[in-house]
Design a protein around this ligand. Sequence first.
Ligand SMILES: *Cc1c(COP(=O)(O)O)cnc(C)c1O
Length: 521
Amino acid sequence: MLNRQGRPTAPGEMINRGRETFSGNRALAVEEGLIFEIGRPDVTGVDLDEPAKFKPRLGGLERSAPIGLVGLSEPEAMRHYVRLSQKNYGIDTGLFPLGSCTMKHNPRLNERMARLPGLADVHPLQPLSTVRGAVALIAELARWLRELTGMPAVALTPKAGAHGELCGMMAIKAALEARGEMRSVVLVPESAHGTNPATAALLGYRIQPVPSRADGTVDPEEVKKHLTPEVAAIMLTNPNTCGLFERDVVAIADAVHAAGAYFYADGANFNAIVGKVRPGDLGVDAMHINLHKTFSTPHGGGGPGAGPVALSAALAPFMPLPYAVADADGVRFVEHAALSGGEARPFGRMCAFHGQVGMFVRALSYMLSHGGDGMRQASEDAVLNANYVRASLSDLMSLPFGNRVCMHEVLFDDRWLEGSGITTLDFAKAMIDEGYHPMTVYFPLVAHGAMLVEPTESESKQRLDEFVGVLRELAKAAKAGDVDRFKEAPRFAPRRRLDETKAAREPKLRWQPPPGLAAAE
Ligand SMILES: *Cc1c(COP(=O)(O)O)cnc(C)c1O
């Protein structure tokens, strides 16, 4: 038998790293190795017939040695992935306070709708006559989004928020080019999400940062200072990533328009204002909406998301193809520029087909089941919950912009930890020991040692009280100098703290068999 280091295990030597038990398991929390460590090259979970005699046509390029992949029997494979899934923490496990990411409850009704065979089993290349319902659904979702944003056009194809930013900024670029202008600068406030400057840079723009004023919001006078004829757009998040509503947003939009530039709004925080404010009324020209943040579609494990972009009248003609149309002539897709007619001058396409249709089904299901009034209440409850957390912790933890009413998320900084020897990271790791996923930490950059907490609307007062109770105990322990509790954390997680510097400096991108262990062949 080989242990994890690939050395033969001496009799009685433990296979796993755990110290308290012989097996490395902790009761029913079962330790699990990498598939390379636990698998065997001669095993497979499926029975495949030996291939019949055939003549390879690879011209001598065929593999001559075994590929060396390990396998597991079917029950072993099942256990491997179930055990890994049990180490995960998700919104179905407990409160998930990640600010800016909005880890929101995914109603099971939405899942049921997305699995209806007429929606789940369609193919993007099917003839239109066989998918009219799906096309009507896409057009209906666009109609709801136009209604909620107060903007005349919605491009549904972008596959995530960042992709939506790219789409909106490409529409802005196309509109400027149509005017014969090649502007080169995009204004980005300091509190912006990293995807904003990345998007602008990808399109070849130079980024001009705009500092926030002392209250955490953007000053229109500061924006005006940077509004040269070279400015193509401002990218502004509202509510911003400090959880604050940009109350001068209309003045900022007016100034930007007066300079011939466009207003891109990052709509990742739309869930705080749905049913309360229509971005179109604030002067927004383009805004992405993360269906996976605002409209309850799942975004675990990196996807799939969906980032529809609402466009103003000025940008609507440049909307990318394809898009669904539902009018007196019925439903159809506009797939080609020549067919789009009228003023339309689509700048191109964002993806091969029609976007993340499964996410569209879930989002529309959420909208229809809540109704306009239900969505407004969800926004109000999200804001109420964040303010409950703020008010419950403000005597112990510090708020960078004062103890003011916030929107759907509350931003703390690390001034309250000064002199304790404990950092924001230590505090976050201690939360893991207590059974909570940490809040967003060290973002936004405008707050030192930021801790951004977003409880979401679906948490009850009881669950918020438990959460706040734990944070209060931790905060008191930190203030009382219980440093080990924090520096040692997480003590009870399947893995302890990572050496993040080493991981960044010497990334191991590929598993290598440990020396001494014959490569699986
Ligand atoms: C999440 C987020 C984005 C990016 O959205 P993705 O769907 O993750 O690509 C952009 N801006 C803000 C403020 C966000 O919170």
